[in-house]
Design a protein around this ligand. Structure first.
Ligand SMILES: [Mn+2]
Length: 301
C-alpha cells in the first residue's frame, strides 16, 4: 500500500475520506504557553510520523481498526494565536466534526488545547465526566498571567461544572491542594498507579456513563515517555494503563479523547511511538465497543 505520510498510519483513500471515516484526528500544533520546555507544537507531527511505521493490524484487539476510516484533518490553530483564540478555534473545529457524527481525537500540543475540545463535547454530552491521565493536577486558577495556560486546564473544566477523575497525579501546588480540599474530586496518585491495579474499581466508579478522556503523556513514567515538556518521576506503565483504559471503555462510553504534551526528541522516537500506538489502541477500544468480544483475532496470548 502506498504511504501517505501526512495521514495517521500513513493510510490513504478510501480509509481517509471524511465522508465515510468514523474518526477524525485533529492536530493542534500549539505550545505558546508552555513553561519549561517548548516543543509540544511538534507533537502532532511526531505522532503522525511514528504512526506511519505501526502495524495496521491491532494485535491485541485482533482488528484492522483503520478500515473503519480515520480522517487526519488539517492542523487547527498555531502559535500565532493567543491562547483564548486557540481554545475557541479548537472548540469550533471539534464541534464541526461532532456535528458530522465523528469520533474526534485531538492531538497536541500543550494541554490547554483540551479546554476547547471538552467544551465542544460537553455541549452535546452534558453529563460527561472528564477522565484525566496526567502527572499534574492542572488546577491552577491562572499561571504566568493566563487563565488558559496549560497548568490551568482542569480548573477551567471544573468551572464548566464537569465532574473529573484524575489518574497518575504526582505533582500539586499548595493552591491546588487548597482548591481540592474545597472542591473534592477523585484523584488516583502516581504512586498507586505504579503499585498495581487495586485502584481500578475506585477510578471506574468515579467515571460516569459518558467519558471524555484526556491523556497528558507525562502521566507515563518518564523512563517510558521522556519526550514531554514537564516530566515527573513515577507514573504509569504501558500494560497497567492499557488494562485500565480497556476496562474504562467497557464500563463507560468514551465519546471523545485527546493525547497532549508530546514533545518529540530527535533520534529518540520511543515517546512518539507510544503516543501513536496508544491513540490507535484507544480508537479500537472506543469504536469496537462491546463488539470486540467477537473479534476474529486474539491470536496472541
Ligand atoms: Mn501534565
Amino acid at each position: 500500500m502506498e504511504i501517505h505520510p501526512e495521514n495517521f498510519l500513513g493510510i490513504g483513500p478510501p480509509f481517509t475520506e471524511l465522508d465515510r471515516a468514523r474518526a477524525v484526528l485533529l492536530p493542534v500544533p500549539y505550545d505558546r504557553t508552555a513553561t519549561y520546555g517548548k516543543g509540544t507544537a511538534k507533537g502532532p507531527e511526531g505522532l503522525i510520523t511514528a504512526s506511519c511505521s505501526l502495524e495496521l493490524y491491532d494485535e491485541e484487539l485482533g482488528q484492522d481498526t483503520y478500515t473503519l476510516g480515520i480522517h487526519t484533518a488539517p492542523p487547527e490553530s498555531g502559535n500565532e494565536d493567543l491562547p483564548e483564540k486557540m481554545v475557541k478555534k479548537v472548540e469550533a473545529a471539534v464541534g464541526r466534526y461532532l456535528e458530522m457524527g465523528k469520533l474526534v481525537v485531538t492531538v497536541g500540543g500543550e494541554h490547554s488545547i483540551t479546554a476547547g475540545s471538552v467544551a465542544a463535547h460537553h455541549r452535546r454530552h452534558p453529563k460527561l465526566t472528564v477522565v484525566q491521565l496526567d502527572a499534574h493536577a492542572d488546577l491552577r486558577d491562572e499561571y504566568e498571567g493566563s487563565k488558559n495556560n496549560h497548568a490551568c486546564v482542569m480548573r477551567r473544566i471544573r468551572e464548566m461544572g464537569i465532574p473529573t477523575l484524575g489518574v497518575g497525579i504526582r505533582s500539586l501546588s499548595r493552591e491546588e491542594a487548597d482548591f481540592l480540599s474545597r472542591h473534592p474530586a477523585t484523584l488516583i496518585s502516581g504512586r498507586r498507579v505504579a503499585q498495581g491495579r487495586e485502584w481500578f474499581q475506585e477510578a471506574l466508579s468515579a467515571a460516569g456513563e459518558e467519558v471524555y478522556l484526556t491523556v497528558d503523556v507525562d502521566y507515563f513514567d518518564p523512563a517510558l515517555v521522556p519526550g514531554t515538556g514537564t516530566p515527573e518521576p513515577g507514573g504509569g506503565d504501558w500494560y497497567t494503563t492499557l488494562a485500565f483504559l480497556e476496562a474504562l471503555s467497557r464500563k463507560s462510553r468514551i465519546v471523545g479523547f485527546d493525547i497532549m504534551e508530546l514533545s518529540p526528541i530527535p533520534l529518540q522516537p520511543a515517546s512518539d511511538f507510544l503516543a501513536a500506538k496508544l491513540l490507535y489502541r484507544l480508537l479500537g477500544y472506543t469504536l469496537f465497543g462491546d463488539g470486540r468480544d467477537g473479534a476474529p483475532g486474539h491470536i496472541l496470548r
